[in-house]
Design a protein around this ligand. Structure first.
Ligand SMILES: N[C@@H](CCC(=O)N[C@@H](CS)C(=O)NCC(=O)O)C(=O)O
Length: 215
C-alpha cells in the first residue's frame, strides 16, 4: 500500500483533502504516517531524512519505494492514477488553465504567506530549524500575500470556482490555504466578500473536515 507521510500544516493537509476529493480512504487505499513537526520529529528521524533530505512533509512513498515530494506534484501523480473526478483539467488547454492559477496562487500567495508566518507568529517554531527573514520583512511578505488574496477575490467575482466552471485543484489549494490562515489567526482581508462566500460554499465539501480534525 502507498504511504502518505503527513503532519500538521497546509501542505500535507492539501494532499489529504485531495485524497478525500478522489474518494481515497486512509487504511484502505493508503497508509498515513504522522510526524509531530512542532517537536521537529521529521527532521530528527534519519529514515525520513533519507527519504526526503529537505525534511519537509508531505511525502508519498510508493509501493516500489519511490518517494515523491512537493504537494502539488504529489496531487498530479494521484490524479494520473485516479482520473475521476477530474481536478486538473481534461484537455491540454484545461490543464494549462488550471496550472496557471495554481502557479500564480502558489507563488503570489502561498510563498509570501508562509514566509510571513514563519518570520512572525511562527518564528519560535521555525527559526531553530530553517532560515527565516526578519520580522519586518515578514510583515511585508504577509501584506504582499494579502494584496494577492484581494486579487483572487476579484478573479472569483460572483463565481465559486477559479476556472472551468467547476471545482478543480486551483480551488482546492486556495481553499486549503484560507483554512491554514484561519488556524494561525489570520483573517480574510477586509472587503473580500467573494472569498468569504467561496470558503462558506466549499466548507460543505467532505474535504473541509480535514481542518476540523486533530492529527
Ligand atoms: N513546497 C513543499 C512545502 C512543504 C512544507 O513546507 N511542509 C511543512 C508543513 S506544511 C513542513 O514540512 N514543515 C515542517 C518542517 O519543515 O520541518 C510542498 O509543497 O509540499
Amino acid at each position: 500500500m502507498i504511504k502518505l507521510h503527513s503532519s500538521l500544516g497546509p501542505n500535507p493537509r492539501l494532499v489529504r483533502m485531495f485524497m478525500v476529493e478522489k474518494g481515497l480512504e486512509e487504511g484502505r487505499d493508503f497508509e498515513r504516517i504522522h510526524y509531530d513537526i512542532i517537536t521537529g520529529e521529521n527532521r530528527q528521524n534519519a529514515d525520513y531524512m533519507a527519504k526526503n533530505p529537505l525534511g519537509t512533509i508531505p511525502l508519498l512513498e510508493l509501493e516500489d519505494g519511490t518517494c515523491l515530494t512537493e504537494s502539488w506534484p504529489i496531487c498530479e501523480y494521484i490524479e494520473e492514477h485516479h482520473p475521476a473526478p477530474n481536478l486538473f483539467g481534461e484537455t491540454a488547454n484545461e490543464r494549462a488553465e488550471i496550472r496557471k492559477w495554481v502557479r500564480l496562487f502558489d507563488q503570489e500567495v502561498v510563498v509570501p504567506m508562509t514566509m510571513g508566518f514563519r518570520a512572525g507568529a511562527g518564528r519560535p517554531m521555525f527559526e531553530p530549524r530553517m532560515r527565516v527573514v526578519s520580522p519586518e520583512a515578514g510583515a511585508e511578505l504577509s501584506a504582499m500575500a494579502d494584496a494577492k488574496w484581494r486579487y483572487f477575490d476579484e478573479v472569483l467575482g460572483g463565481r465559486d470556482h477559479l476556472a472551468l466552471g467547476r471545482f478543480t485543484f486551483a480551488d482546492l489549494i486556495m481553499f486549503a490555504f484560507a483554512h491554514f490562515g484561519f488556524t494561525i489567526g489570520w483573517k480574510l482581508p477586509e472587503g473580500t466578500d467573494n472569498l468569504a462566500r467561496f470558503v462558506d460554499t466549499h466548507n460543505q465539501r467532505d474535504c473541509a473536515a480535514i481542518w476540523q480534525q486533530g492529527e
